[in-house]
Design a protein around this ligand. Structure first.
Ligand SMILES: [Zn+2]
Length: 424
């Protein structure tokens, strides 16, 4: 492996508390030296003046479509998209075909990801076939490398199943990640229930669909002393419930997707199916609640819910289009533009949400930028302004509502597993 010398970078590490200009020498994938005014003759030198090195980002919520729908995304294209977005690790939701509800599928995903710069971790299904009826072989899934359990794409709605899942996952010391949705309230809906849905005549989904399930789930989490993680939190009501649970000392965590802190349901007036996601875009009040939740720690992580779909699938009448958008390559720019520049989060706080906290939730080693540690970096340009162009994406899919948007903050690439990957 080669040696790399990152010269004069701003190194920000919320774990060690470091925030300052440093030279970083990486030899054989390990941080060999870090300090000021270093020199290294045998290494490839990269001038990082004005650029930032952060602990590698971890997106704990992505949908890579392998196995089953590789025309949308596969492990390789998904990992390339992650690297371009500054992510050195991702956790893949199990709604593949077949789903990750047995060791063979989890092992296949890990096998496909071997040797990549991006670490790919499978999330096991809570129930067999993600049907919500009987518990998947959770011990087998955990032993084969799954870092959490979720039926994401669908809720674990049956309370008896939920209770058992929380008990098993607790025994295995991993969280149950809930897609909080009441299927009866959700059914047939295409967008958030609001003034906008009334005016434009699209079938509504009440916020109660999310709020009530979260409240119910927290009661179960308290009862069995489980670990509960709320995926893609989107409503003020859910944030309130999570905040209250945390104050009570429960092991409850949550994540927010960039689209839920940067867009409102007003965008639906365009009838553009790239604004169709689940949970749906909510109101300005909810967007504000997500920012507040990120600021006060109610929301622990930023996760993209990267959900690739082919163009022909999205280019249909709004109500028939599938839910979901891609997000890996716009997450950092949206985070800087919406959260950092507006003062909602400091840079170390933002990095905690993108790197440290998701790793803690999944039980992965937390990254420290120190001598002797593996070099696992997100390489960032905080000041760069750029225009999102879906044609530049490494993802196989193009279903982003942010095409044409000007963002501040651009990932330059990553360093991980001894490999340097730079965007052009
Ligand atoms: Zn998802």
């Amino acid at each position: 492996m080669a040696s790399y010398f990152f010269k004069n970078a701003r190194v920000v590490d919320p774990v060690t508390g470091l925030d300052g200009d440093r030279d970083v020498l990486v030899v054989n994938g390990i941080i060999d030296r870090i300090g000021e005014n270093l020199s290294a003759s045998d290494a490839q030198t990269l001038d990082f003046t004005g650029k930032t090195i952060a602990p590698g980002f971890c997106d704990m919520h992505v949908h890579f479509r392998e196995p089953g729908q590789e025309y949308k995304e596969d492990i390789l294209s998904g990992a390339a998209s992650a690297a371009a977005g500054g992510f050195t690790a991702v956790a893949c939701m199990p709604n593949t075909d077949p789903p990750i509800d047995n060791a063979a599928v989890a092992t296949l995903i890990l096998k496909r990801a071997e040797g990549l710069a991006v670490d790919v971790y499978p999330i096991g299904a809570v129930t067999k076939g993600r049907k919500g009826e009987s518990i998947a072989p959770m011990i087998e899934l955990r032993e084969s490398g799954c870092v959490a359990f979720s039926d994401d794409g669908s809720p674990v709605y049956n309370t008896k199943v939920l209770r058992t899942a929380l008990e098993y996952a607790s025994m295995l010391d991993v969280p149950v990640i809930q897609h909080a949705e009441d299927p009866h309230l959700f059914k047939g809906g295409a967008m958030n229930e609001s003034l906008v849905s009334t005016q434009i005549g699209l079938p509504p989904i009440s916020r109660l669909s999310e709020d009530t399930v979260v409240v119910r789930d927290i009661a179960f989490t308290a009862y069995v002393d489980g670990r509960y993680h709320l995926a893609h939190m989107s409503t003020a009501g859910a944030a309130e419930a999570v905040r209250d649970a945390k104050q009570r000392g429960l092991k409850v965590t949550s994540e927010v997707a960039p689209h839920h802190f940067s867009l409102t349901d007003e965008a639906l007036r365009s009838y553009d199916s790239n604004y169709k996601m689940n949970p749906p875009l909510r109101t300005a009040e909810d967007v504000l609640a997500m920012k507040e939740a990120l600021r006060d720690g109610t929301a622990d992580a930023i996760a993209t819910d990267h959900a690739p779909h082919a163009i022909h699938e999205k280019e249909v009448e709004f109500v028939y289009a599938p839910f979901g958008i891609i997000g890996l390559e716009t997450a950092f720019g949206l985070s800087v533009t919406e959260l950092l520049l507006d003062g909602w989060l400091t840079l170390p706080q933002l990095i905690e949400k993108l790197s440290t906290n998701p790793r803690r939730i999944l039980g992965l080693p937390v990254i420290r930028i120190e001598e002797g540690q593996p070099a696992n970096f997100s390489l960032l340009d905080l000041a760069a302004q750029w225009t999102v162009d879906v044609n530049d994406f490494r993802s196989k899919s193009r279903n982003s509502p942010f095409h044409g948007r000007v963002l501040t903050g651009k990932p330059l690439g990553i360093f991980n597993n001894g490999q340097l990957i730079l965007n052009n």
